[in-house]
Design a protein around this ligand. Sequence first.
Ligand SMILES: [Zn+2]
Length: 154
Amino acid sequence: MDPLEHASIPVLAYLAISNEPTWGAVAALVIGAVFPDLDAFCREHRSYLHSLLFALPLFGLACWSGNGYAPLFTVGWLSHIFLDFFTGVIPPVYPLSRRGWGISIRARGGPRGFGIKVRMVESYPDPRHDYDIEIGGSVALLLVTLAALLIRMH
Ligand SMILES: [Zn+2]
């Protein structure tokens, strides 16, 4: 999943459930949601910052801190891990174990019928590499998110 999707999805969820959304909360969510991919600069992508060993205790600390934005930052971080679980693997106890899990959901359809195949994926995080991906759908999602922000934050 690319940073545009990681930023847009929690913001749309926040805008849907918040009675009085604020720009500060949106900024905290977005920064938290894209922050975990900084570990792409480490030896392995989806490593330390994709581990629940770091994210869950920091979520607890953020809630305990009394700072209004810290929990939103960690909710954005946890949303990143949740979304990556559906687009590859996340290593929940990295660095104790490099093994990661995710769910692959594939839809297949055509003149002969339609089907959905769900399977658990188990592998190790990807080594760091350059990537070349199509982001047209992500840009469309970002534009929808920006429109929702303009409507809700007037
Ligand atoms: Zn990621």
